[in-house]
Write a protein that binds this ligand. Structure first.
Ligand SMILES: Cc1cc2nc3c(=O)[nH]c(=O)nc-3n(C[C@H](O)[C@H](O)[C@H](O)COP(=O)(O)OP(=O)(O)OC[C@H]3O[C@@H](n4cnc5c(N)ncnc54)[C@H](O)[C@@H]3O)c2cc1C
Length: 408
């Protein structure tokens, strides 16, 4: 496993950093005003600049550099401003179009490469995001397609997205013909389809009108928009889990690491500039201890995330490792952001200073991509089934003969 970035990945960081220096950092004061038009403008600019193209292979029009470059790009964007990683909605668009193929791929792909098309997963319902079998939205088969009805909540960037990948019931989990997860099917729904409506907008800790409700009111969806085609009916969980894992969870690790990196850089600069007792506070041992703790967390969280991203680029599924990286990234980010606020003393909570912006954006990422509990269940399941690989090798504990018994 390489422990250094490739020249292409270094270049991805340089490009993203230059983008932030040009378009984001000089506008931080404006971003603090929460003006919706500014977010709209920024959302398209990132994909038009091609920041979403690293997961798209070269032969399909992307850079093909891979998931590490994608995580680094998201990290740089969120270091500049903790909630500005719109590029991921271009990545989602590619992932959904690729998973569906056929007419959907043909329709959206040219716009995705140009950066004009964004998409989001529309899974969560008021009945509870963790309980997929409890989903209430339905699709009924009609001639040539399906008719969808239901409500989805917590939709990220619902105002900008051109289409969504949604998961709804096409069967009954208690019916032996469509048992459990076999009752669910994933569909692509274009926002221009009749009956697709944007409902209530929710304000979050970070932004006004941040999250959206989608309403499906007798939306007709053609057969060619079923993810996985005929075979995908009743098999919707797999593509949704892949998308939520590979793009959602992994890029949320990138977002959290960006918050950590931004808070670290901000604290470091402040510690060198702020003078007390006739010297910079960076010379005070207790401040140095905080900085050292920040470095440890930042190194560890990046290493976990980049390893998962590296595995995904090689085509290796790493669900338990991804869940591990996300759970660690959120804990590291909250600790690092807290140190940053505290190093700034009272200035840490002033509106015009960055520390509290980093701090309050961390909880925004707690639920997105899976809660700590649901990911903890995934990690524990893998551990007890010997699929988790904390040795970082292909020898599981069992094949290495490690039974934990005295007599071996
Ligand atoms: C900023 C943000 C952006 C989001 N973006 C999207 C999006 O674009 N698309 C989308 O579809 N959704 C999105 N979500 C929704 C997110 O996926 C859900 O919030 C998440 O799945 C949790 O669902 P819930 O909020 O309904 O909580 P619930 O499912 O009601 O969970 C409540 C609590 O119970 C815990 N819990 C659940 N199951 C267990 C268990 N078995 N054992 C122990 N504890 C358990 C949970 O961890 C949580 O603490 C977003 C959320 C946020 C905050």
């Amino acid at each position: 496993m390489p422990f250094e970035l490739t020249p292409a990945e270094e270049m991805a960081r340089k490009i993203a950093r230059e983008y932030c220096e040009k378009y984001i950092i000089p506008r931080r004061k404006e971003l603090m005003t929460n003006d919706q038009d500014m977010w709209d403008e920024e959302a398209r600019r990132q994909t038009r600049a091609g920041l979403h193209l690293h997961i798209v292979p070269r032969e399909e029009g992307g850079t093909g550099i891979g998931y590490v470059a994608s995580c680094i790009t998201i990290e740089e964007l969120c270091a500049a401003w903790p909630d500005l990683a719109f590029a991921i909605y271009g990545e989602f668009a590619y992932y959904f179009a690729k998973a569906t193929g056929g007419e959907v791929y043909e329709k959206y792909m040219p716009g995705i490469i140009k950066g004009d098309i964004l998409a989001t997963p529309a899974i969560t319902e008021p009945s509870g995001g963790s309980d997929m079998l409890g989903l209430q939205a339905t699709a009924k088969k009609v001639d040539g397609g399906w008719v969808l009805n239901g409500r989805k909540v917590f939709q990220s960037e619902g105002h900008y997205c051109d289409f969504v990948m949604t998961l709804v019931k096409t069967g009954d989990p208690n019916d032996p013909k469509t048992p459990g997860g076999r009752s669910l099917t994933a569909f692509i729904v274009d926002r221009e389809f009749d009956g697709f409506k944007v409902g209530r907008l929710e304000n979050t800790l970070g932004r006004k009108g941040d999250l959206t409700e989608f309403i499906f009111d007798n939306v007709f969806v053609p057969d060619s928009f079923v993810v996985g085609g005929e075979r995908g009916i009743g098999r919707g969980i797999a593509p949704v889990f892949s998308a939520v894992g590979d793009i959602g969870r992994l890029t949320i690790c990138g977002m959290l690491n960006g918050i950590s990196a931004g808070a670290y850089r901000t604290a470091m600069m402040y510690a060198k500039e702020r003078h007390l007792y006739g010297r910079p506070i960076s010379e005070l041992q207790m401040i140095q201890a905080r900085m050292a703790k920040m470095v440890v967390d930042l190194e560890a969280t990046r290493a976990l995330t980049y390893r998962v991203a590296w595995l995904r680029t090689k085509g290796i599924r790493a669900d338990a490792e991804q869940a591990t990286a996300k759970n660690f990234a959120e804990q590291a980010a909250i600790r690092i952001a807290e140190h940053c606020v505290k190093i700034h003393g009272g200035y840490g909570v002033l509106e015009d200073y960055m520390p509290h912006h980093y701090y309050r954006h961390v909880p925004m990422r707690f639920g997105a991509g899976g809660t700590e509990e649901s990911l903890g269940i995934m990690i524990a399941n893998a551990a007890f089934n010997s699929e988790a690989n904390p040795d970082l090798s292909h020898n599981s504990m069992e094949t290495a003969g490690w039974w934990g018994r005295l007599e071996w």
